[in-house]
Design a protein around this ligand. Structure first.
Ligand code: CO
Length: 155
């Protein structure tokens, strides 16, 4: 495993659409393992492959109850609404209140290529929406309905 560099806002790779994964091989496993190490090192809730400079449809989520690996994810169901604070490892120190669905179902493959469907709520639903968007070059800023300063979060 190895830490990878997290790409920051301004790099065009963040605004590109990632390509579908078709080879479920050792190279993919290595990418995922590196992303997990990088996510935990950065203390984030999710990371998309674009953010480590790789245009493959791979993202991971960890909101504190274990890592979820999503390959070729597709959100197939959305319900409700949440307005909560959101940030991104590619936008250090920037936060905003975003509007997201409260419940989602995502269809994806695991690192062995097996398809599964996962239902998620609240923070996990928000994180899944955020990371799947990254794979389409979409950044959280466009969902911000109100800016929040970092100092407000700590008060
Ligand atoms: Co992000």
């Amino acid at each position: 495993m190895a830490l990878r560099n997290i790409v920051k806002y301004g790099d065009e790779v963040l605004e590109k659409k990632a390509r579908e994964v078709t080879s479920f091989d050792d190279k993919l496993a290595q990418l995922i393992d590196d992303m997990i190490e990088t996510l935990h090192h950065a203390d984030g809730a999710g990371l998309a492959a674009n953010q480590v400079g790789v245009l493959k449809r791979v993202c991971i989520i960890d909101v504190g109850d274990g890592v979820i690996e999503l390959i070729n994810p597709e959100i197939i169901y959305k319900r409700g609404r949440q307005e909560t604070v959101e940030g991104c490892l590619s936008f250090p120190g920037e936060y905003g209140i975003t509007r997201r669905p409260r419940v989602v179902k995502v269809k994806a493959q695991n690192r062995n290529g097996e398809t599964f469907i996962l239902k998620a709520e609240d923070l996990k639903a928000k994180a899944i929406c955020h990371e799947v968007d990254h794979l389409d070059g979409i950044l959280f800023k466009q969902y911000v309905i109100r800016d929040v300063k970092e100092s407000d979060l700590e008060g």
